[in-house]
Design a protein around this ligand. Structure first.
Ligand code: NAG
Ligand code: NAG
Length: 277
């Protein structure tokens, strides 16, 4: 047997063994790691985070593997808003951060992945860091809208399965490249989209997320999707590549209430920080 075949064979064995272990990471370990990340971002120092990083830890910023000491985490940010969801099945978190203070305001979406065998160990920090020049960027406006929304824990009767949450997220992200995908989205009313700082909400019970959805379904797809799903808040975070818009780094987060789409938040970072359709 060739070495490649042998390694491929071992890979299969490893997966078969690790799958059952990956069924549950406790919420408090996940949230503690996310809190350490937020503290590091506030300080612009990795001190409290370093001890949690796996030996083979990877840092990714705007879809590129990067040096964590040279990215956005190296600058202290005054955090005006933070919200974290936890995926106890996928062993991961997603945190939304807003920092309005100059000279560089930020709206950041970060997925953190942890070792299912040892959930206090971080294996990947995967961040989309939007700032001046990103799609419809205005951190102060985004903050103003975010503070009016309710992303709190859902009562049991308003929760749906992670499969359903991911299905709606995928159907939504397929709308650029699939003419029937919109039919598979569980649209709700009211529903509001916050794309960068562009807000569709009118504060009405009839607010819909449908106006402005893609009418051209022959565009390049949204690919390399990474998911964090928290059923307790009805939320699915997806980081991906926005192939139809300059291969931009994109973060979409969806909240469903009672299985129906209620909120969509996006952050989109284009090469050179200038987005063009
Ligand atoms: C790091 O190592 C862990 C444990 O061996 C493994 O599960 C994980 O896939 C590795 N991560 C990367 C990014 O290589
Ligand atoms: C398009 O979307 C629909 C609804 O989600 C799905 O059933 C269908 O398989 C998709 N088509 C392709 C080519 O992906």
């Amino acid at each position: 047997m060739s070495i490649t075949r042998l390694i491929a064979g071992l890979g299969v064995i490893t997966l078969a063994y690790s799958a059952p272990l990956a069924t549950s990471c406790d919420r408090s370990s996940l949230l503690a790691a996310a809190d350490a990340y937020v503290a590091a971002q506030a300080a612009g120092k990795l001190d409290g985070l370093s001890s949690l990083l796996a030996v083979n830890f990877t840092y990714q910023e705007n879809n590129k593997v990067s040096d964590i000491t040279k990215g956005v985490l190296a600058s202290p940010l005054k955090i005006d808003h933070q919200r974290t969801i936890a995926d106890t099945t996928g062993c991961a978190t997603f945190t939304e951060l807003i920092s309005t203070a100059g000279p560089k305001p930020y709206v950041i979406g970060t997925q953190i992945r942890q070792d299912p065998v040892n959930p206090s160990v971080i294996t990947l920090i995967d961040t989309v860091a939007s700032t001046t020049g990103s799609w419809a960027f205005d951190a102060a406006k985004t903050l103003q809208y975010v503070l009016k929304e309710d992303w709190s824990t859902l009562s049991e009767d308003k929760r749906v399965s992670r499969t359903l949450l991911q299905q709606t997220a995928d159907a939504y992200l397929d709308m650029w490249s699939n003419a029937t995908a919109a039919d598979a989205v569980a649209w709700g009313t009211p529903c509001t989209r916050l794309e960068g700082s562009a807000y569709t909400g009118q504060g009405k019970a009839s607010d819909s997320c449908k106006p402005g959805i893609p009418s051209n379904h022959n565009q390049a797809p949204n690919t390399h999707r990474r998911y964090v799903i928290d059923e307790t808040v009805g939320s699915c975070s997806v980081l991906c590549v926005w192939e139809h818009m300059m291969m931009a780094a994109d973060s979409h987060e969806f909240r469903l209430e009672g299985g129906k789409l209620r909120y969509v938040h996006t952050m989109t970072v284009c090469p050179g920080q200038v987005c063009r359709l």
